[in-house]
Design a protein around this ligand. Structure first.
Ligand code: PMT
Length: 412
C-alpha cells in the first residue's frame, strides 16, 4: 500500500524525535517516497544529517529559500503540500498542534499542512508529558484538528523522558507505519463509491417556537460528518446537508447548512434526482410548532400548549421516489430492544439498508465519539458491529454500501 506513496514526515521538538530515522527507514523499505519537514525545535533532538541520509532527500526546514543558490525553488512552501499523498506528524508537540489548529504557517511543516490537497490524510502522533496532553488548551487543539479531518492518535502510556510513568509516549515507528498504511488503504481510489454522488444528512434540526426558542435534540452531527468524510475519502462526490452543529467541514465535501426539517427537506429534494446514494444520519425532528410566533412569547399563565404538526419525512421521501439505480440508507435510533422498529422503518421508508443504533449516553447514539451499529440489509444479511469510533463505524457502513453498489452494478 505504501509503494510509490509520497509521504511528508513532520518532525517536531520532542525526545521521541530520535525514533524518526527508524520510521523513515521503515517507510522507505515499504517503497514510499519520504520527505522530512523538520521544525526548528525538532532539529535540537534529531540531526538533519541523519534524516537526510535515511530519506535520501534534503531535509526541509525554513520556508525562505536561499536566494543565491542556483536552481532554488521559490515556491517550495506550496509545492510540498501539492506533492504529498499523506502528512504524518511524529512526534507532534503541543506547540505545533496549536499552530496547525490555528492555521499558523511559519515553517515547511505548517506550510505543508495548510497547502495539502483535499482528501490527503493527516496523521498526528502527539508525544509530550501526560498533563500537558490532557490540558484544556491541548485538548481543544486536538478536537479542532480532529474536526478538520486529521487523525489524531492518543499517545501511549509508559516511561517518559521525565522519569515519570504515564500517558505521553509517541507510538512506535512500526505502529505509525501500519496506521499510515491502513489509512491510505481505506482511501484507495478503487472504491466502488468513487465518482458516485452521495448526499448525507447530519445533525439535529431546530423547530422554531418563537424568535428565541426552539425544539431540537442532542445530535452533534459526528456520525453524519464521519460518513461524509469517509465517503469523500473513497472518491465520492459528497454533499453534506447539516443542521446546526459545531463541526468543521470534512475535506473535499460540499456542505449546506440548514436549520429546520422543512429547510433540510427543501434542500434535499433539490438534489434527489442527481443523487446515487442518500444517507440519512440526521436526527430530524418529527414535529414542529404549528404556529411559530414572531418575537418572544411572554411568560403568563402557569401552563401553555404548543400545537405540533408533522414534518416531512426526508429519507422516506427519497425512498418513495427512488429509481432502481439509487440507494436509500437510513438510521434508526431506538430503545435497546427496538430492532423490530428498525426493520419496520426499513420497509416503511423503502430503504436498502438501515443502521440500528441506540442511545445510552456513554458509547452509542448522540454526542459520544463511538457508536454500536447493527446494519440491516434489505433481503440480505444483518451485520452486528461492536463498539467502534464513529469514524470506524462510518467505514463499516460504507463497506456494506459498497457491496450493494457492486451488486447493483451502479456506475457514476
Ligand atoms: O449526531 P450524533 O451526535 O453523532 O448522533 C448520531 C445519531 C444518533 C443522530 C445517528 O446515529 C442516528 O441515529 N441518526 C438518525 C436519528 C433519527 O432521527 O432516527 P429515526 O429513527 O427517528 O429516523 C429514521 C430515519 O429517518 C433516519 O435516517 C432519519 O435521518 C430519517 N428521518 C427521520 C424523520 C424525518 N422527518 N426525516 C428523516 O429523514
Amino acid at each position: 500500500m505504501l509503494k510509490g506513496k509520497r509521504v511528508v514526515l513532520g518532525v517536531c521538538g520532542g525526545i521521541a524525535a530520535y525514533k524518526t530515522p527508524h520510521l523513515v527507514r521503515l517507510l522507505k523499505k515499504a517503497e514510499a517516497e519520504v520527505r522530512v519537514a523538520l521544525t526548528e525545535a525538532g532539529g535540537r533532538f534529531v540531526s538533519e544529517l541523519s534524516l537526510a541520509t535515511v530519506s535520501g532527500e534534503p531535509v526541509l526546514r525554513s520556508m525562505f529559500p536561499a536566494t543565491n543558490t542556483p536552481g532554488v525553488d521559490f515556491t517550495g512552501h506550496i509545492s510540498l503540500g501539492e506533492w504529498a499523498d499523506a502528512l504524518v506528524v511524529a512526534p507532534a508537540t503541543a506547540n505545533t498542534m496549536a499552530k496547525l489548529a490555528a492555521g499558523l504557517c511559519d515553517d515547511m511543516l505548517t506550510a505543508c499542512f495548510i497547502t495539502l490537497r483535499p482528501n490527503r490524510p493527516v496523521l498526528i502522533f502527539p508525544a509530550m508529558d501526560g498533563q500537558m496532553f490532557l490540558s484544556a488548551s491541548v485538548q481543544r487543539n486536538v478536537a479542532t484538528l480532529a474536526a478538520h479531518g486529521c487523525h489524531v492518535f492518543t499517545p501511549e502510556s509508559g516511561e517518559l523522558a521525565s522519569g515519570l510513568c504515564g500517558l505521553g509516549r509517541m507510538a512506535e515507528p512500526e505502529e505509525i507505519a501500519t496506521e499510515l498504511e491502513r489509512t491510505l488503504d481505506s482511501i484507495s481510489n478503487d472504491s466502488p463509491l468513487s465518482g458516485l454522488r452521495i448526499v448525507v444528512t447530519a445533525g439535529p434540526t431546530r423547530e422554531r417556537i418563537d424568535g428565541v426558542r426552539f425544539i431540537s435534540n442532542y445530535s452533534s452531527g459526528k456520525m453524519g460528518f464521519a460518513i461524509a468524510r469517509a465517503a469523500a475519502e473513497r472518491g465520492a462526490t459528497v454533499t453534506l446537508i447539516s443542521g446546526p452543529v459545531h463541526l468543521g467541514t470534512p475535506p473535499g465535501v460540499e456542505r449546506i447548512d440548514v436549520e429546520s426539517a422543512s429547510e433540510m427537506n427543501e434542500t434535499a429534494e433539490r438534489v434527489f434526482s442527481e443523487t446515487n446514494i442518500f444517507i440519512g444520519a440526521a436526527a430530524v425532528a418529527d414535529y414542529r410548532p404549528a404556529e411559530p410566533v414572531d418575537g418572544k412569547v411572554k411568560k403568563g399563565a402557569s401552563q401553555m400548549e404548543i400545537r405540533l404538526v408533522q414534518n416531512p419525512d426526508i429519507l422516506g421521501g427519497f425512498g418513495a421516489q427512488k429509481s432502481p439505480g439509487q440507494l436509500a440508507i437510513g438510521f434508526a435510533l431506538e430503545e435497546a430492544d427496538g430492532i423490530e422498529h428498525a426493520h419496520a422503518k426499513l420497509e416503511a421508508k423503502n430503504l436498502d439498508l438501515i443502521a440500528f443504533n441506540t442511545f445510552n449516553g456513554t458509547d452509542s447514539g448522540f454526542e459520544v465519539d463511538t457508536n454500536i451499529l447493527t446494519l440491516i440489509i434489505r433481503g440480505g444479511e444483518t451485520v452486528t458491529l461492536t463498539k467502534l469510533t464513529k469514524e470506524k463505524a462510518a467505514g463499516e457502513l460504507l463497506n456494506a454500501v459498497e457491496r450493494l453498489v457492486v451488486a447493483k452494478e451502479m456506475q457514476p
